[in-house]
Design a protein around this ligand. Structure first.
Ligand code: FES
Length: 103
């Protein structure tokens, strides 16, 4: 099956007290679950959303990258704000409010 979008959400966790922190401690697994549920509610098909290990953007997490555009997002902490990410997955329109600046 060919997917229109493939989404990776970092669910990596680190030991308590780690200076880098982790996406797991910023509720990335719960946010990923919400994202999956919302795509179903919005009828978005041909999409794959997967957990990933550390994506190397820990300080900016919870980290998410969407292909084929290769757009990186910091997932919003409030599920209600996830609608703009859903819009990207639905229309391809990039949500600049949550894009990461990767250097
Ligand atoms: S822990 Fe999520 S990007 Fe590193």
């Amino acid at each position: 099956m060919k997917f229109e979008h493939h989404v990776f959400v970092c669910t990596n966790s680190r030991e308590e007290g780690s200076t880098k922190g982790s996406c797991a401690e910023k509720n990335s697994l719960e946010l990923m679950t919400s994202l999956k549920r919302m795509t179903r509610e919005y009828g978005i098909e041909n999409i794959r959303i997967n957990k990933s290990g550390c994506l190397g953007a820990c300080e900016m997490g919870p980290a998410c990258v969407i292909y084929p555009e290769s757009i990186w997002y910091t997932l919003p902490a409030e599920k209600e704000k996830m609608a703009s990410i859903i819009e990207h997955l639905s229309t391809g329109k990039i949500c600049h409010e949550y894009t990461m600046v990767i250097e």
